[in-house]
Design a protein around this ligand. Structure first.
Ligand SMILES: Cc1cc2nc3c(=O)[nH]c(=O)nc-3n(C[C@H](O)[C@H](O)[C@H](O)COP(=O)(O)OP(=O)(O)OC[C@H]3O[C@@H](n4cnc5c(N)ncnc54)[C@H](O)[C@@H]3O)c2cc1C
Length: 468
């Protein structure tokens, strides 16, 4: 498909000429996300309302062209990339916080609101919206809902799905649907809100989102615990939670990660240790020292050789510096990486990391593991030289073996980034044939012509062509 085969004047008639992009230098900005996957759109439309989104989708069904919803384009799996050409529908004109209701502890937002901006606004009212993907300075709430994003705070506070009360969503055929309620409780009918959250732009375009808010914690304490043995670190993670302290973050860095950071920025990290845990507790100010003390004692009893507690903002910042240095440190050792966000039950973290060490030796690759130990979401970074086809092939093989291992350990292929295009060849490994068929039948029921975000999740792209 190319621009001339899209009904540009009809698209412009719906959203206004100024909100349609067709020049190659403009389209280029919508041809990629944070993965290496690329696909050039034929046209970009920037609708300003649910009605305009609806009209665009009705037109797409009549004229049979694919439509790719897009927020900030920060996805890691190609989920917003217009692999097949067609129309990119971006929500850049819908970025208002429509309502912030402290008494009922909810907010209503448009999908283009940037998460970090929203969190700051909520904070001004003494409230808290916890989901914290690292992309919060630029990712949109619409994108967060579509990918069910989460971050380090998930161990205590959950992920985006735990905060979405309801949606206004334009279905692929153009019907405008309202789901959910403005109440914490609500059990009437199927839970269509949950179906939509995490649907990766394949089941509808969100135009309004009702979000649950909670009271802001009064303060926090940060600790770093050093473990000579990895198994002890994993045991400490389970013991802390079993002992009725749920940290707001519980991050793990393995030995390979510590060495890479120390090489990049000498911070005096214990590179002989098999693991380090970075822990934060939050809540009522008067309980924080007691909680930090309890976590510190549990770590020591589980085998930590040392525990440091930050008492000032400067000390806290120093402890977090190691964690924040991981990305730049990794960039120094190789030009590229395959960043997998696999997740296993907490108790299986040592088995996962040991299996990764085996992969690293067998495939002669540097692989570092770090991430959210509290919820078992371990970012496994397979480092590679992008210009070396042999290394690339070995890295891809290692990633495939990693997926098998994770599923054998009772885990999931993605705790954060989703399926998109990147993980679609492995989608069925996890959900099984029946899972795949059930989800595909939902997709077909809502999108009989496979107009919305085709070629994602359900591999192969054949799914798209089959329905033409
Ligand atoms: C540096 C960096 C750090 C990151 N850290 C994290 C992290 O810690 N945790 C995490 O979970 N993710 C993380 N991500 C991934 C990414 O930021 C999230 O998936 C984010 O939610 C995507 O938001 P977006 O606005 O960029 O969406 P996009 O990338 O534009 O789109 C993502 C998906 O959402 C769909 N979509 C977008 N808007 C809508 C809408 N209004 N209606 C329906 N579908 C829509 C798209 O079609 C696509 O399928 C990170 C990415 C980067 C680059």
């Amino acid at each position: 498909m190319n621009a001339t085969s899209l009904p540009i004047s009809e698209i412009a008639g719906i959203v206004g000429r100024d909100n349609v992009l067709t020049a190659p230098e403009e389209l280029c900005c919508y041809s990629y996300d944070a993965s290496r996957i690329k696909g050039f759109p034929d046209c970009v439309a920037v609708p300003g309302s649910a009605r305009e989104v609806s009209e665009l989708l009705k037109l797409a069904n009549r004229a049979r062209f694919p439509v790719f919803p897009r927020g900030a384009g920060s996805g890691m799996v190609g989920a917003s990339v217009p692999r097949l050409g067609g129309l990119v529908l971006t929500v850049g004109r819908m970025r208002r916080i429509l309502e912030l209701d402290p008494d009922n502890m909810l907010a209503v937002v448009e999908p283009g609101v940037v998460l970090g901006d929203f969190q700051k606004e909520v904070q001004r009212h003494g409230l808290f919206y916890p989901p914290d993907p690292a992309s919060l300075p630029f990712s949109t709430i619409g994108g967060n809902v579509a990918m069910c994003s989460g971050g380090p705070r998930a161990v205590k506070y959950g992920v985006t799905r735990d905060y979405v009360l309801g949606l206004e969503v334009v279905l692929p055929t153009g019907t405008i649907l309202k789901t959910g309620t403005r109440t914490v409780k609500g059990v009437v009918g199927y839970d269509l809100t949950r179906l939509m959250v995490g649907s990766e732009g394949t089941l509808g375009v969100f135009t309004r989102i009702i979000l649950r808010l909670i009271p802001a914690p009064e303060g926090s304490r940060t600790l770093m615990a050093v473990f000579p043995r990895l198994d002890d670190a994993a045991r400490a993670v389970c013991d802390i939670i079993r002992n009725r302290v749920i940290p707001s973050t519980l991050e793990l860095m393995d030995q390979a990660t510590l060495r890479v950071i120390e090489n990049y920025l000498p911070l005096g990290l214990p590179t002989e240790a098999e693991a380090v845990l970075l822990i934060e507790v939050d809540g009522r100010e008067r309980l924080l020292d007691e909680d930090a003390e309890r976590v510190s004692r549990i770590c020591a009893e589980s085998g930590a050789s040392g525990v440091e507690v930050a008492h000032t903002p400067e000390e806290k910042d120093r402890l977090w510096r190691a964690r924040r240095s991981i990305s730049p440190a990794l960039r120094q050792i190789r030009s590229g990486k395959i960043n997998e966000d696999v997740t296993v039950p907490r108790t299986r973290i040592p088995s996962l990391i040991r299996a990764v060490r085996g992969l690293s030796e067998r495939h002669r690759l540097t692989i570092v593991c770090f991430g959210h130990a509290g919820d078992g979401n371990i970012h496994t970074n397979i480092m590679l030289d992008m210009g070396d086809p042999d290394e690339r092939q070995r890295a891809e093989k290692a990633a495939e073996e990693l997926f098998r291992t994770v599923l054998d350990l009772g885990g999931t292929l993605s705790g954060e980034h989703g399926v998109g295009i990147a993980k679609s060849p492995f989608f069925q490994w996890e959900v099984g044939e029946e899972g795949f068929r059930t989800m595909w039948s939902i997709k077909q029921a809502l999108d009989p012509l496979n107009i919305l975000n085709p070629g994602k999740m359900f591999v192969p792209d054949r799914a798209f062509f089959r329905s033409r």
